[in-house]
Design a protein around this ligand. Structure first.
Ligand code: ADP
Ligand code: MG
Length: 695
């Protein structure tokens, strides 16, 4: 390359010369009217470069083609009005510590009072004679009043096209940045730089045929997002940009999977049935149809060409542990070791006990590893067999090694992060992976979080389970609730009583298990009551769990440490106090602890809090026991971040996509990326010699 020519080009670019177009990664200061202070404000909004302007999504839109006459405003209905200020005042009260700034707008039809509390500096911005737009909900009609409206002063020389006579964007702001200024900056930024945004064109996927969003190019979508001609255009634009986001993520997820398949052969872990057959024959029940189907899928994977990456989704009580045990058996038969990771010590200990009993008799060593316990698997009597390690996070510590690791199983996957899963996998040479989750997740979320996994569904509960009835009660009915529980105990059943806290907090009156213990024990005497929570020594906890399992303890008072995995079929009652403190998924999990035997079970949700959202949650729970329906409701009520736990989730922060409502877009993006990758693979694959067919 000619060094001088490139020097020249650089100089040209610095001077904004004619050859080089303006670049999207230029700082916002290249824009007219943006100096150092504005740039600092914009940086607080995430706007560093001119390209960032495109993606600053309006919080809402205002139709300024027509204003509502002040005379016609209605109580509680949001409107935009336009008028002139005829009076201004700033009242101070409470010895000057509080204030109320107010002006009166007149538009010729009527007057409107606009008020702001404790923002005295507004006084500097508005004076009599100013023309002002105000958006808000009138909260009184006598006189007509709006508290804390969004107000915007109309200045002489304002660009008509940007602020009026159209649908205008209203952006998220930061201190010191007026709406009008940012709108103006973005308008001009788009005007000048949009032609330099790489165009990606309309989406021509058959899945989205006829969808207005798919017909848009990227540039068109950006333009419409900010300055739509009609309101629906803004939504189409959002969807179009969401498609790009979803596709980018699918490309990453599916690409990762494809690379794994290319570089790693699957370890042969399909087994030969010599242990499986006696194991299944020894079970006191038959596998459900779903279990049989899923095990077939798993065996095909374990014996397949590539490492298994499979998600087993099954509602609480659908029998995932048994599936895990069978997958472990296949692996052990093949001479490989298995690591099974569970999120809590309680669950790890329980899994260890179950597997040790089930597999130990076949000569398989089952070890346990938690931060408190370390129990080596007994060297089995058959030397060519592998062994099974059960444990908590302790399994992924640096020093822990698993030779010949064939299969990694993760129970209650939603409690772990992607990083933890990967750490455990790296302890072997591309072992197979089975992750299990009892919190069904909506499909959109599943494809986003676990898009690189194949999914098996345990959609059938074992026969002979009693029904679970759910009741919502208020705290004043507790005496009756305890009477009901006592009757169940007298009939030989057992009960859980669950609290959101270990001990009380000074900030609220949410009940805690330690505070309520004596009260409940006395109410349910003479039945034996004990308590478990996360802040007690694990030896103690194990002792109490054993006593509950054996029936020596009839009432178990607990925090949500019992949320996952605990399996005591004789427990048929669960009372959850301050139930509104728990999320839907958590409540569903908790409730999954009962209804495991043949007796009818009862879940009593005591509603301590009266927020609308909490009540809505309890209502969903009372209406259905279907985990998938509950998950969809949860996504709708709380959004994806809350649903999976933002920090652990590996959930991308979408700007435009919304997993609660963009299912169709996601499916389309996924299908399209899949075709794209398949076409690429075909291109790189060795071409069959063309000459043979030509002859
Ligand atoms: P989860 O899917 O919630 O982990 P578990 O694996 O704990 O469920 O199983 C719940 C209970 O169902 C256990 O007591 C288990 O022994 C029992 N179980 C599993 N499979 C079957 C089956 N096919 N028939 C009857 N009971 C079963
Ligand atoms: Mg389980």
């Amino acid at each position: 390359m000619n060094p001088i020519a490139s020097e020249e080009r650089l100089a040209c670019a610095r001077a904004g010369g004619p050859d080089e177009g303006p670049r999207l990664d230029s700082r916002v200061t290249v824009l007219r009217g943006v100096g150092g202070e504005r740039a600092a404000q914009m940086e607080r909004l995430g706007l560093r470069t001119v390209g960032d302007l495109f993606w600053h999504r309006p919080a809402r839109y205002e139709d300024r083609r027509k204003f509502t006459p002040i005379r016609d405003v209605l109580l509680g209905t949001p409107v935009t009005v336009c008028g002139r200020i005829i009076a201004v005042g700033n009242h101070r009260f409470r010895k000057g510590t509080k204030s109320c700034f107010e002006f009166i707008l007149d538009d010729g039809t009527a007057r409107l009072h606009c008020r702001w509390w404790n923002l005295p500096f507004l006084e500097k911005f508005y004076s009599v004679g100013n023309e002002v737009l105000a958006y808000g909900k009138p909260n009184s009609l006598r006189p007509r009043t709006m508290d804390h409206p969004d107000a915007e002063k109309i200045e002489a020389g304002d660009d008509e096209r940007v602020h009026f006579g159209r649908i205008v964007p209203v952006y998220p702001l930061t201190e010191g940045m007026p709406q009008r200024t940012l709108r103006w900056i973005i308008w001009h930024g788009i005007d000048r730089f949009l032609p330099h945004l790489p165009e990606t064109g309309p989406w021509r996927t058959p899945e989205l045929l006829g969808e207005p969003a798919a017909a848009l190019g990227r540039r068109e979508a950006v333009q419409m997002l900010h300055f739509p001609a009609e309101l629906p255009e803004a939504e189409h634009a959002r969807q179009r940009l969401a498609l790009d986001e979803l596709a980018a993520l699918q490309r990453e997820i599916q690409g990762r999977r494809q690379r794994l398949n290319l570089k790693a052969p699957g370890l042969p872990c399909g087994g030969d049935n010599r242990l499986m057959r006696p194991f299944l024959l020894g079970l006191p029940f038959k596998l459900t149809g779903a279990q049989t189907r899923v095990l077939r899928e798993i065996r095909a994977d374990l014996a397949g060409l590539h490492p298994m990456r499979r998600l087993l989704q099954g509602d609480v009580g659908s029998g995932k542990t048994l599936v895990a045990a069978c997958a472990a058996l296949m692996t052990v038969e093949s001479g490989y070791n298995v690591a099974l990771m569970a999120p809590t010590e309680l669950l790890a200990e329980q899994l260890h006990r179950v597997l040790d009993r089930a597999l130990g008799s076949l000569g398989i060593g089952v070890g346990l590893r938690t931060s408190n316990t370390r129990q080596e698997p007994d060297a089995g009597s058959v030397p060519e067999l592998g062994s099974v390690w059960v444990g908590t996070h302790a399994l992924i510590q640096k020093a822990v090694e698993f030779p010949r690791l064939g299969l990694v199983i993760i129970d209650e996957q939603h409690k772990f992060g992607v990083a933890q899963r990967e750490t455990l996998l790296r302890k072997g040479n591309f072992p197979h992976l089975l992750v299990m989750t009892a919190t069904p997740i909506p499909r959109t979320l599943g494809l986003t979080l676990y898009g690189d996994l194949d999914v098996s569904l345990l959609d059938e509960l074992p026969q002979g389970r009693g029904r679970v009835r759910t009741h919502v009660r208020t705290p004043d009915t507790l005496p009756k609730v305890w009477l009901f529980v006592a009757r169940q105990l007298a009939a030989g059943r057992q009960a859980y009583v669950v609290y959101p806290r270990v001990s009380e907090s000074e900030h609220d009156d949410v009940k805690s298990v330690t505070r309520e213990f004596e009260k409940v024990r006395d109410a349910l005497a003479p039945h034996a009551t004990a308590m478990v929570h996360g802040r007690m020594p694990s030896v103690e906890r194990t002792r109490i769990m054993d006593a509950f399992r054996d029936g020596r303890v009839q009432v178990l008072m607990a925090t949500n440490v019992i949320e996952v995995g605990v399996d005591v079929p004789n427990a048929t009652v669960m009372v959850i106090e301050n139930a509104g403190q728990f999320g839907l998924a958590q409540l569903h999990q908790l409730r999954g602890r009962i209804g495991r035997g043949s007796h009818e079970s009862h879940c009593i949700l005591v509603e301590g809090e009266r927020t609308e959202e909490a009540r809505e949650r309890l209502k969903v729970l009372a209406e259905t026991t279907d985990g998938f329906a509950i998950a969809e409701a949860d996504l709708r009520l709380r959004g994806p971040g809350e649903l999976v736990g933002r920090d652990q989730s590996g959930l991308p922060g979408f700007r435009f996509a919304n997993l609660a409502c963009d299912g169709k877009l996601l499916e389309a993006a996924r299908a399209s990326v899949r075709r794209e990758l398949a076409a690429e693979t075909a291109k790189f694959a060795v071409k069959p010699a063309a000459s043979t067919s030509a002859q």
